[in-house]
Design a protein around this ligand. Structure first.
Ligand code: ADP
Length: 295
């Protein structure tokens, strides 16, 4: 097998999200100081929590803590009971609230609600998590936008590690509106050639084996194994599935690390980028809403 023959001398380097996220936090804190000096105001982020899911609670608390440390005014807006009407009403109130620059609606929403229920409600100017149809559409058209935070974090990771994108062949596994599809748009915007695979793609390996860059957003632990990529490929894993063994990405880490040249660890790869991207976009929204340029 090809993967066996290269396994002897190749070990993937890690696309470690932690130092890059730390650098982004520092940059954001500096820019926030400038915003405060220019406006005398503090940028505000409201997190809408419409679920009792403990993982969502933990995620919200972590975002609030990070945001406050950097100088943001962060608050959690719990919606109880959560129905389409109450969630809509809360988002509309926050759309009008002048102290709020960014709105993040915590996913997953309680069934039967889904992201499509709020994609047209949230103001695109405050949509710092990039879930609104306007922002997803603008990203697809290559216009300035707030891209969805998770795929933008992965994209930033590639850029900050100096991974070439233009002219590269990128295969994205997963076509969700919050990860796979917008990541494909970002890569296309950076002049990669892009294929999107999904649940109905027969013979996934036929595509992934050709790719210079494989992006995984399927939520299927172990979906990509080392024999499914070409030697030296770059693998960006957005998968974060909780298992008895901890969080698992979509890549089978051991076998992929023997063949890839760069690989995101899970946890610690694309994950740490998401919060700081949300905060950076909140600051950008605050500048834009006041007609100021960030730099
Ligand atoms: P996320 O929010 O992380 O993007 P979703 O559950 O919304 O995850 O979407 C999962 C995506 O992954 C879907 O587009 C689905 O078609 C794709 N997918 C799931 N399983 C496979 C698979 N075995 N092979 C290829 N694509 C898959």
């Amino acid at each position: 097998m090809i993967s066996e023959s290269v396994s002897v001398d190749r070990q993937a380097r890690l696309l470690d999200g932690r130092p890059i996220a730390a650098a982004l936090r520092d940059e954001t804190a500096d820019r926030l100081d400038r915003f405060r000096a220019e406006t005398g105001m503090v940028p505000g982020l409201a997190i809408v929590l419409a679920t009792a899911d403990p993982a969502s609670q933990v995620y919200s608390d972590r975002l609030v803590k990070t945001g406050r440390k950097l100088g943001f005014d962060c608050r959690v807006e719990a919606v109880e009971p959560a129905t389409p009407a109450t969630v809509h009403a809360r988002i509309e109130r926050l759309n009008r609230d002048d102290s709020v620059d960014g709105i993040l609606v915590q996913m997953p929403l309680p069934a039967p609600m889904s992201v499509t229920d709020i994609a047209t409600v949230i103001s695109p100017q405050k949509d710092v998590d990039g879930i609104s149809s306007v922002n997803v559409g603008r990203v697809a058209m290559g216009f300035p936008a707030f891209p969805p935070a998770t795929p933008l974090g992965g994209f930033e990771l590639l850029r900050r590690y100096g991974i070439p994108i233009a002219g590269q062949y990128c295969v994205v596994v997963g076509r969700s509106n919050v990860v796979g599809r917008p990541f494909a748009s970002l890569m296309l915007g950076a002049n990669a050639t892009v294929t999107i695979c999904h649940r109905r793609t027969p013979d996934l390996a036929r595509f992934t084996r050709q790719a210079d860059i494989v992006a995984l957003a399927a939520g299927q632990p172990g979906l990509l194994t080392g024999d499914m990529i070409k030697p030296g490929a770059i693998v960006v894993d957005f998968g974060t599935t909780p298992t008895d063994d901890g969080l698992k990405g979509d890549a089978d880490f051991e076998s992929v690390a023997r063949v890839a040249s760069w690989l995101t660890p899970v946890p610690g790869g694309t994950g740490p980028m998401t919060n700081v991207v949300v905060l950076r976009q909140t600051l950008e929204a605050a500048f834009l809403r006041r007609g100021l340029q960030e730099e």
